[in-house]
Structures are given as C-alpha cells and as structure tokens.
Design a protein around this ligand. Structure first.
Ligand code: ADP
Ligand code: ZN
Length: 744
C-alpha cells in the first residue's frame, strides 16, 4: 500500500486502529501509530514518521496475542489524539512470527533495546526489492496460424526450459528485440518472472546420496527422524574429525528439503567455507545461499528476498543468519558448536550457538549441534537429558586418527633464537622425503609479539591500548592487534635512543616462516593467516593449491584448523602448544584442547596415517595429556570437576559489566559507584570492580565486574535492578555481556 492509498482510505472515513511499531533504534519499547483498520498485521514493514524523519519499522505484536515465553516489547502508551498515522506499508515480505519472537527474546535475554536487535534483521534489506527480471517462455498460442519468418523460427528454436531475457534471447537467435515483441504480441511467447535465479537453484535431496557405513546410517536415521517428526529438539552429533559428521548431517538436510522446508547451517567462519560449499554442491547439485558480513550490498538484498520468498532453501551462514526471515524453517545446524567464534563480542553480544537453540525452540523445529570436541555446556546438557546424543566412533573408511606426541621443549629445545625443535624439524624432513605434506600451526599473526630494547628494556606498546605492538616484518610496521594502530619500525629505541637495540621477542607466523625457509629452501611453502588470506577467494585459491599438491609445507594461524580435508597432509606440528593456556580465562584449557585437537585432525584424513607433534614446555599439563592420550572425555570430566564447586559455567551463570570512560579516574569512579550498589543476595556473587586485562582499549579506560549466580537464578532481573537509575555522562559507558566467554 502506498502513501496515497492510505490517504484515500482515511478520506473515505475508514476507522483507524492503534498499532505498535518497533523501529530499528535504541528505544526501550515499540511506538504507537495509527493505521486504517485491518491494513497492516504484525510483521509487516511500514514507513512511519518520527519527528521530521521517515523511518522503516516493523508492526509489532501486542502483548495479548503472543506466546508465554515471548518477552513482549510493550508499546509506549500515548494518548490516541496525539498518535500519528503510518505513512505507508512497504511492498515487502513480512517478518515471520517466530523471527519476531526471537528478536524480542534475544533483546530481553541480552538486555538490549529490542529495536537494535530488529536492526540486525532488517539491516541488509533495502526498501526497494531487487529488480524483478522477466524472461520469455513458449506461449499458449500455437505458431501454426502465424506468419513464421525465418527470424521468428530461430527465436522459437532458441527457447529453453527456463525463461530467457529479451537480450539473451535476441542474441541467441540473432534477431532484433522487435521480432521478440512481435511474437509476444501474437501470444507465441509468454513473459514469466525469472524465479529460477541461478544463485539459488533448488537443491536436490537425491542428487548424489553417499553410501553410509552402518554406524553413519544409524546416526543419519536418527537425525532425519527428528526432522520428519518436527518439533523442538536439540541433538548433539559428536564424532572424531573425519568420521563423516558432515556427510551424516547432510542426510538431515535432505530430509528437510524433501519436506519442502528451509534449512540453516551455521559455520563459525563462513568466509573460509569454500570446501564446505563445494561439498554441498556435490551432494545436492547446487550451491547453497551464503550469508555473511562480507557479502556485497546487492547480493545481500537478493539473498534476503530469496530467503523471505522461500526460494533459497539452504542457507549457510555466520551467526547473523539467525535473523533472516525464513518463512518455513525446518532445521538449524550448528557446525563446530564449541567454537568461540560464534560469540558476537561487539554491539549486541550474543552467542550464536545458544541463540540457534532459542531460534529452533521458538520455531518448534530441531537443532543439531556438531562437534568432535563438544563444549562443556553442551555435554552437561546431554548428561542432564536435555539434549539427545548421536555419536560416530571412528574415522570413515581406512583413515585412522593421527598419533599425537609431545616434544618436551625443556629437554630438547630449539637452537638459540629459533623456535622449531630438532625433533620437529626431523619429522618435517621425513614427511617431505615421503612426498607428503606437512603443516605448522602457530596461533599468532605477524613476526614477533613483542619488541624490546636490549639496552634499556623498553617495550614497544600501543599508545591507545594496554597491549604490546606486534611486529609485521613484511610490511615493516609495528601494529596493535586490538585497535589497528600502526607505526613504522623505529631504528633506535624511543626511550633511550640506543641505535639498533630493538629486538623481536617470541615468534609469530612470519618468523616461523622465515625459519622454515632457512631449513627447507627447496620446499614450496604457503603461509595461511587471516591477514594474508583475508578474502574467501584467496582462501579458496590456497586450498586449491594445497589439494593440487602445489605446496609442500603450510605455515598457518587458526585458519588452518578449520574443517579442511587434505588427503596428502600427514604431519601437523604445533609450534607452541602452551600458547592459549596463559591468562585467567575460565575456558583456556578447554579451548586449547579443542583447538589443538582440531588442528591435529587435519593430519592423515585419507589412507595415509597422520602424526601430530606438540611442542610444549608444560608436558605434564592436563591439556597435553588429554591430547596425547586422545581422551577428551576424561579431560572434560576433569574440567567439570573443577568448575562445579565454584558454580562456574555451565554450573552457574555469569554476566560481565564492562565499565569504560575516557580517563582512569572516571573509570574508577564509575566502577566504584556500580560496585557500591552491587546486589547482595544469596546465591549471587559480584567479583570486582577490577581493571580489565586490556585496561586501556582504543584510548578508553576499562574496568570489569563479574556477576556470578547459581544456574537456577536468572541474571537479567538482577542486572536490571542493579543498573536501574544509573546516570551516565556521555563519556561513560557500561556494556553488559551475558554469558561472557572472553574476559579481556
Ligand atoms: P567430519 O565432518 O566428521 O570431519 P567428514 O564428513 O568431513 O567428517 O568426512 C571426512 C571425509 O570422509 C570426507 O572426505 C568425506 O567425504 C568422507 N566420507 C565420510 N563418510 C563417507 C561415506 N559414507 N562415503 C564416502 N565418503 C565419506
Ligand atoms: Zn591499540
């Protein structure tokens, strides 16, 4: 409906009704407007006046007609006489009810103004739908009665099963547009909307069905049954790397497709997923729709519409895909569910995996969590009977799990100033001699994490953050990995002016590369790091090179840990297995085991057996022992035993308050004020305020408080009460992070 028709209806004296409209802005509630009775329904996108501006919003639900666990967004009650009419309804698909419930739920859970969550759902959309393309197909009129010139015959012969645009048809037939128009006027051609967008072809569930092993078959059956039966259920699909989990959950996708419903697959790092999408295409005959932050504006809009229209049936995306307007969602899959990359840390902070489960519950559909190393959260839910558990025990086919061994760096250290031990170098040499590929993993970009003055001890630090500057030698700069600040590498110490006294301390990936080049001058080496392989196409090219055996040695950061499958890769060396264990992070040990297990899982995925070598100074650490014995279960039992008594997650709940201000004094003052009014209730503990480990970030001074409660206590009402009435100046900020997983 346009502005004009609304006006007309008003003139005709139609009754107006009060409706609630949620705007993508940080208001605490929806706003009331007037609309002609029955003209709009919840979910419709409308244009409304706001002050002097026009805003796009979503007609929101009234409290009364929503299910119980929908945290309603109350509308601001304004006297009817002061209400403004909406300007118009947009010619766009409405946001489905389950998505609206999800938005409201997530807003309430994360203590975010609901409009800011709505913004994530409609941000990609433009008020103009994508241009509709028409194409020609054979018309209903027979051509017998027509004067069929040779040109006309060529046009009819050039028609295919799919609609062809005027331009392409004219070119194919070698005729002018006029010939086509003539045939159309005579009824020999019929115009159709080109719905068969080549980007979103229809996946065929039977395109290339694999032959599953008996164990895989059983697992696939269980997942498919859940999809067939419908209804909410959370299922953990657990299996070692290479056991065929992807193959198995594809069967659930097939079932979902067979039922004519849509499927959402979340991957932690979607930009790195070319192998996944190619595999999908081999199984289902077409590429899935992609959704991630790097999609261009136009592609995004087309994808949004295709999903809203039900034309994109399988969407593989980053966590932001949870906000897409699926009209017929039938299944959600979270691959690598243990990955911390699912947590959104900026803006609205939410955990993609947890919210996927909420999304599925509100839509009444199953959700499958997939991992070789499930999070303790998920395992605890399995144990409590809240989630179902489907397990694959061995690698598929002839592949066996790699042998994991420790290199004790105290006993056999590398040469001075080097980082690769003789044992690792030896193994690399043997691997290359066998014509296999080897991979070195170090989760640190750049050349060296610290630059130090040998004469005065000065450390090169970021001017905006409490962090060291990381040397990137290739680019001849020192850079901050937190704020992006960079400066040229100085020739003399900025503190004592000593010449040539600055030395790099510790290794980054560039430095390891340098060392590898020194030892293996003949080898073809590929460096894989997020800063060298930023784009999906660069990553795809790297993956192609490895698979095509154009590379002997790979040196990489956590990019290399992703689900890649390289049959000839038989050695994985972890340069610094202890790296993730520093710092006071509650999940440091769990995360290190998960990451290193996954990196190691790249070795020996086909017939050839694989080997993983871990360089460590902490050989006795439970993490190293878990990796060597490959006993994840025992390790997680130990983790559980450590977290239980203190009610650490998942046995209790956490919420972090990050207080920041532009001076240290202001930050302390604000943190003190908040600390002083901390709740004092049974089952609740407040830790802090304390300086954040990143005490200064982008020039802002930061303090942290941590709220810890028993599992059965909801943190949201406590936080709301705690912070109610707190007045902040424009320089002060309090960010709330529910279920934090990073403590910087
Ligand atoms: P995971 O996801 O558990 O790491 P994948 O599904 O990636 O395991 O499977 C590992 C490799 O084994 C892949 O190359 C996959 O194509 C292959 N594979 C697994 N199951 C089968 C099967 N039933 N038939 C053929 N190939 C399979
Ligand atoms: Zn910085």
């Amino acid at each position: 409906m346009t502005q004009e028709s609304l006006e007309k209806r008003r003139e005709k004296g139609e009754r107006a009704e009060r409706i609630a409209v949620l705007l993508p802005l940080p208001f605490p509630t929806a706003l009331d407007y007037l609309a002609p009775e029955g003209a709009v329904s919840p979910g419709d996108l409308v244009q409304v006046p706001l002050g002097k501006r026009q805003e796009t919003g979503c007609v929101w639900d009234r409290e009364s007609d929503v299910p119980a666990d929908f945290a309603p967004v109350p509308a601001r009650e304004v006297a009817r006489t002061r209400l403004k009419p909406i300007s118009g309804k947009l010619d766009m698909p409405a946001l489905p009810g389950d998505l609206r419930r999800f938005i409201a739920w997530l807003a309430a859970y994360t203590l975010t103004p609901p409009g800011l969550v709505l913004a994530m759902a409609i941000r990609a959309r433009h008020t103009k739908p994508p241009r509709v393309v028409h194409g020609w197909v054979r018309g209903t009129e027979a051509t017998e009665g027509l004067r069929m010139t040779e040109a006309r015959q060529r046009v009819m012969a050039a028609l295919g099963p799919h609609p062809a645009t005027t331009a392409s048809l004219a070119e194919r037939a070698g005729v002018s547009d006029a010939v086509i128009r003539g045939l159309a006027a005579a009824g020999a051609l019929r115009e159709e909307v080109v719905t068969c967008d080549p980007l979103f072809g229809t996946p065929d569930p039977d395109f290339d069905r694999p032959r599953l092993s008996p164990e895989q078959g059983e697992a696939a059956h269980e997942l498919s049954s859940a999809v067939r039966e419908g209804g909410f259920a959370t299922i953990l699909l657990e299996g070692v790397t290479g056991s065929g989990k992807t193959e198995v959950y594809f069967e659930a996708v097939a079932q979902c497709l067979a039922q004519g419903r849509q499927c959402l697959v979340l991957l932690p790092e979607i930009a790195l997923s070319t192998q996944w999408t190619d595999r999908f295409a081999r199984r289902f005959g077409v590429q899935p729709a992609l959704w991630h932050s790097e999609l261009g504006g136009r592609k995004k809009r087309e994808t949004w519409y295709a999903i809203a229209a039900g034309r994109a049936q399988v969407v593989v995306g980053a966590r932001s895909a949870l906000f897409l307007p699926f009209p017929a969602l039938g299944l959600v899959i979270v691959d690598e569910e243990h990955e911390s990359a699912f947590k959104q840390e900026e803006g609205v902070t939410y955990h993609g995996r947890d919210m996927a489960i909420v999304r599925a519950r509100l839509a009444g559909i199953p959700v499958i969590l997939v991992s070789a190393t499930p999070s303790l959260e998920t395992l605890t839910n399995v144990e409590a009977g809240r989630y179902r558990h489907v397990v694959l025990h061995g690698r598929h086919g002839a592949a066996t799990l790699p042998r994991v061994a420790l290199i004790d760096m105290r006993k056999a250290p590398p040469e001075r100033g080097q980082f690769l031990s003789p044992a690792l170098l030896g193994a690399m040499r043997e691997t290359l001699a066998r014509q296999d590929q080897a991979m070195l993993f170090l989760n640190r970009r750049g050349y060296a994490p610290l630059t130090l003055c040998r004469s005065c001890g000065h450390r090169m630090e970021c001017p905006n953050c409490s962090a060291w500057l990381v040397e990137h030698r290739a680019r001849q700069i020192l850079t901050c990995h937190h704020c992006g600040h960079h400066e040229p590498l100085p020739h003399s110490c900025p503190s004592c002016a000593a010449e040539a006294s600055l030395v790099p301390i510790g290794p980054g990936i560039e430095r390891v590369h340098e060392e590898v080049r020194h030892h293996f001058p003949e080898a073809r080496i590929l460096v894989m790091a997020s800063d060298t392989l930023g784009s999906p196409s660069a990553t795809a090219e790297a993956v192609r090179q490895i698979a095509a055996r154009e590379v002997d040695l790979i040196v990489g950061t956590q990019i290399v840990a992703k689900g890649w499958h390289f049959p000839d890769l038989t050695l994985v060396g972890v340069v610094d297995a202890d790296l993730g264990l520093g710092g006071g992070d509650l999940r440091a040990a769990e995360r290190t085991v998960q990451l290193l297990h996954q990196v190691g899982g790249r070795a020996g995925r086909a017939e050839k057996p694989g080997q993983v070598l871990l360089q460590s100074y902490l050989g006795d650490h439970p993490v190293m022992q878990a990796l060597v014995s490959n006993d994840y279960q025992a390790f997680m039992a130990q983790e559980a035993a450590q977290r239980k008594p203190g009610f650490w997650p998942p046995y209790g709940r956490l919420a972090a308050l990050i207080v920041s201000a532009d001076t240290a004094e202001a930050a302390d003052g604000l943190a003190g004020r908040i600390g002083a009014r901390a709740p004092d209730l049974p089952g609740i503990q407040v830790l802090g305020p304390a300086p954040a480990p990143l005490a200064i970030l982008r020039g802002r001074h930061r303090r942290r408080l941590l709220l810890r409660t028993r599992r059965n206590v909801a943190v949201q009402p406590i936080l709301r009460n705690w912070l109610e009435g707190l007045k902040l100046t424009t320089h002060e900020r309090v960010d709330i992070d529910i279920d934090p997983i990073s403590f910087l």
